[in-house]
Structure formats: C-alpha cells, structure tokens
Design a protein around this ligand. Sequence first.
Ligand SMILES: Nc1ncnc2c1ncn2[C@@H]1O[C@H](COP(=O)(O)OP(=O)(O)OP(=O)(O)O)[C@@H](O)[C@H]1O
Length: 246
Amino acid sequence: MSADDIAGLAEAREPAFSVAGLCKVYRTGETEVHALRNVDLVIPAGEILVLLGPSGSGKSTFLNIIGGLDRPTSGSLAYEGQELSDLDDADLTRFRRANVGFIFQFYNLIPSLTAEENVRLVTDIAERPMDAGEALSLVGLAERRDHYPAQLSGGEQQRVAVARAIAKQPGVLLCDEPTGALDSATGVHVLQTLAQANRELGTTVVIITHNAGIAAMAHRVFHFLDGQVARIEINNHPVDPSGITW
Ligand SMILES: Nc1ncnc2c1ncn2[C@@H]1O[C@H](COP(=O)(O)OP(=O)(O)OP(=O)(O)O)[C@@H](O)[C@H]1O
C-alpha cells in the first residue's frame, strides 16, 4: 500500500472527537487567561495523536475538556457525533465513565491495594470490562498482580495505570505526560503498551508530551501554541516506540 493510500485511509476514518471554535477562559478575580482560543480540529478514531507545544500553550486544558473533566467557555465539542457541551454533569460523568481512560504523569494508584485490586476498581463498575488479569497480561504484568505499588518500579506502576485505563475498554485513552516521570527505556515500555492498545483494541490514543521524539509513534501531531493549534503534521509511517529514545 502506498503512503498516499494510507493517508487516504486515515482521512476516511470517522471522527472520535470534532471540535469547533473551542475557547477556554480561566477567570481569577480581575485576571483572565485565554487558555484555548478558537480551536478547530478533528481527532480521527483509531489513531495515535501526539500533542506538542510549550508550557502553558493549552494542551492539558484541551485534554481535560475533551475528556469531560472540564467544560469549554464556548465552542462545540462532539464525541462520535454526540455534542458534549449540552450534557449536564451527570451525563458528562456517564460519558467519561463509558468512553474515556485517563493516564497521568503520576500513576495515581491506591497504595493499599495490589496491582490487580487497583485495576478491579475500574472493572467492577465498567459496562463491558475485560478481566483485570487479562488487562495486566496485556501490559506484561501478569506475574506482578499481587504486588502493591510500593513493590513496583515507576514504569511498572505506570503500566498498572495503563492496565486500569484499558480494562474498561474505552474508545479513547487520554494521556497527560505518561512518561514524564520515567527514564527513556522505561518510558518506551509504557508507550509500547499504549501502541498495543491502539493496534489490538482499536483505541484512539491522545498523548501530551514534552519529548518531541515521541511524535514519531503518532499518526498525527498537533502543535499547540498560545492556545491554538498552530500546525498539524500527518505521519504516514508511525514508528514502533522501541525506535524512540530521549
Ligand atoms: N485552573 C486554572 N486556573 C487558571 N489558569 C489556568 C488553570 N489551568 C490552566 N491555566 C492556565 O491556562 C494556560 C494553559 O494551561 P495548560 O495547563 O493547558 O497548558 P499546557 O500546554 O498543558 O502546559 P504544560 O505543558 O506546562 O502542562 C496557562 O496559562 C495556565 O496557567
């Protein structure tokens, strides 16, 4: 298949998210911060997207809004054609629970629960979860299921967090600096679990990072600047994370 064919296929994918005129203004007393200024973009389902940009350019604000953790000040935002800005808080929570897995820089595991129990926290309330053990196998941690977070390395803890996020089989995984606290070799292992979820489960994966090298694994790269998407790159040949270093 030629690069043009692959690019054509990518264009033909259904949108996971469609965003138009998205603005976010934070107001603190007299001060206003325009964190997002009229962002228009489409996130195609089934792709890996990387968001790059300087500190304060609006990446986390954007991720939190598409994940239903925060609301835009104005503009429209749809997930699989359903407008999210119309939803009340209870429906937004339902949207998030059913469709979104989050992974943050610091793994947010419960210290008093084992790896498997941490994953079960999600599978016990999800609509169509995979087995917690299966999720841990997918991230290569089946043998460590009975270990507590303190008995695991940083990279292993982050892989438990990935297992927890994918166990409910969400349509999208939203990852804010998932390798920010990890060295390169350990981070690559975490990125491989994200690429695997994309490949084997068809999950749309959005990754915020300060490591420009990670963009090589993405189908599309959004460059944020001053609350806007300044540039979009389409990558017809995403690499396996094993080929990335930083
Ligand atoms: N809760 C908040 N209240 C006020 N201002 C905020 C709030 N959250 C973010 N901001 C401001 O909005 C702007 C965008 O922040 P955001 O965290 O989205 O940027 P970012 O690109 O993710 O940055 P970083 O790479 O440092 O995480 C910044 O100027 C930030 O200070």
